[in-house]
Design a protein around this ligand. Structure first.
Ligand SMILES: Cc1ncc(COP(=O)(O)O)c(C=O)c1O
Length: 378
């Protein structure tokens, strides 16, 4: 139940157990083309898809250095660890960063974003962390940013690392120019492949002035794909096999059904964990459907709690980041997550709390969760 890496289905694990192939062969073309085309389907884009052999940070950094040019004014909501990192990357790329800052646990409102656009008519791009994994918050108006970016053709870039595949995304329809994720999150694949999608406008922008980077030079990836359906550098072959299998599973389930499952499971987790006496860290309107951050009860020690949960019940959850270390813990609700994971997590957390001397009501928590699951027939 970590917010990544998540459980990987056995079918996906098995897909990796294959002999190495030549990455300049027809076998590779068959593998990689399928990865690209199915990635486009998940992101709902007819633009380019590059499946980078890298962690999510690699894809995010690629998005930054291929879009941001020295002196560009870049707007970015900042409310946690990953948006802070993104702002830092943009600064390092020479961007003039204008932060829309909110408290951790809150997301900037659409009005705040609109005001930032009003105050900065010379903005070159808008970057946004869709799901702030460090605090369990999620931006819920990605479909309404296009009206703002289109005022002066600003680029629109979305770090969707912990959420793509688990929530609704319409990259082309919503006017998103660049978006990326990491395979180890809602795709339920092993870490190491991070897809990044780029629409025609952003592709043109990148080709006009490619970054001074060898590995993350996206125009180089476009050229290789166009000419031979290859990647410029040796890809992580076993991980690509796993990634292809994970994409097959996503499309077999259907994106709508998958999103519904994620939403139902998070509603059940919020209800159930609330039922046993825990309080979410994020404001109600900002709460993520993919990562649930919870406040620790008074006196509860992070390490003892998570170690007990892991050792006695084999349920893994994550601690907090930076200033939130020791005051929150985070439950991932992504990938394979289903009724079983939800019910087991609630009962394991409740039992751990009881073992540590806290008053808790496991039955009430499970009943609240079940109500949500039953309402969606999950
Ligand atoms: C929103 C977001 N961006 C970027 C990253 C970085 O991904 P990785 O750790 O795979 O490099 C993460 C990881 O959790 C994330 O949640």
């Amino acid at each position: 139940m970590l917010p990544g890496p998540t459980n990987v289905p056995e079918r996906v694990m098995r897909a990796m157990y294959v002999p190495m192939i030549n990455h300049r062969s027809d076998d590779f073309v068959e593998l990689y083309q399928k990865c690209v085309e199915n990635t486009q389907q998940v992101f709902k884009t007819s633009g380019e898809a590059v499946c980078l052999s890298a962690s999510g940070t690699g894809a995010v950094e690629a998005g930054v250095i291929n879009i941001v040019r020295k002196g560009d004014k870049v707007l970015i909501p900042v409310n946690g660890e990953f948006s802070t990192r993104l702002a830092q990357m943009i600064e390092w790329a020479g961007g003039n960063v204008v932060k829309i800052e909110t408290q951790p646990g809150q997301t900037a409102t659409l009005d705040q974003v609109r005001e930032a656009f009003d105050n900065n008519p010379d903005v070159s791009s808008f970057f946004c962390v869709w799901n702030e994994t460090s605090t369990g918050t999620m931006t819920k108006y990605l479909d309404r940013i296009k009206d703002l970016t289109s005022r002066n053709d600003a680029m629109y870039v979305v770090d969707g690392v912990s959420i793509v595949g688990g929530e609704e995304l319409e990259m082309d329809k919503w006017g998103i120019d660049v978006a990326m994720t990491g395979a180890q999150k809602a795709f339920a694949a092993p870490p190491g492949i991070s897809p990044i999608c780029i629409n025609a406008r952003a592709k043109k922008h990148m080709i006009e002035a490619p970054p001074k980077s060898m590995y993350f030079n996206l125009p180089r990836y476009f050229k290789y794909y166009e000419e031979s359906k290859h990647t410029p550098f040796t890809p992580a072959l076993p991980l690509l096999y796993a990634y292809r299998e994970a994409l097959d599973m996503i499309l077999e389930e259907g994106l709508d059904a998958r999103i519904k499952r994620h939403r139902t499971c998070s509603a059940a987790l919020y209800a159930g964990l609330g039922g046993i006496g825990l309080e979410p860290f994020a404001d109600t309107e900002s709460r993520s459907t993919i990562v649930i951050a919870l406040k620790y009860l008074e006196g509860l020690k992070d390490k003892t709690f998570r170690d007990t949960l892991a050792k006695k019940f084999r349920v893994l959850v994550a601690g907090g980041f930076g200033d939130l270390k020791g005051s929150v813990f985070r439950v991932g609700c992504m990938g394979e997550v289903n009724r079983y994971h939800v019910m087991r997590t609630i009962s394991a957390i409740s039992s751990t709390l009881a073992m540590m001397g806290y008053e808790t009501d496991t039955a009430a928590g499970l009943a609240a969760a079940e109500k949500e699951l039953d309402a969606s027939s999950l």
